[in-house]
Design a protein around this ligand. Sequence first.
Ligand code: FEO
Length: 162
Amino acid sequence: MKISDSIVKAINEQIKAEYDSAYIYLAMSAYFEDQGLKGMAHWMKKQYAEEVEHAEKFVNYLYERGARVIIPEIAKPKDDYNDALDVFQTAYKHEQYVTSRIYNLVEQAVNEKDYATQSFLKWYVDEQMEEEDNTSSIVNQLEFLGNDKHSVYMIDRELASR
Ligand code: FEO
């Protein structure tokens, strides 16, 4: 069954959202490098790579369905933050936003009775649950330990092992 133009358009928009996410995390990584927080920089660099994978998975899906992929312009990310807590709170909020986008895509696929796209999107639904959990746990840790230099340094060392 041919994929609809509206689903192709929505997935192309999501490809942009995933590349935008990648750049947001790359900028967060650069911020942490500048702060001397190598573990957090490493964690964000891995997150950047994951977002590129998310984008490519959508790209390949459209190829498989014989649809046209439009490689998007990537938005310039924010490059300054107050502190580590501010960065991870922003990352958590961003993941909640991405989850809402994925849910909208699922809804659209359900409304259009596009069962292949519904099945494909299940991976992203699960992935978003994990991404929200990962970022919110770091926010909780920073809030619990106090977001002072000592706590940030401890969490930085822990995040180096991602
Ligand atoms: Fe691709 Fe972090 O959502």
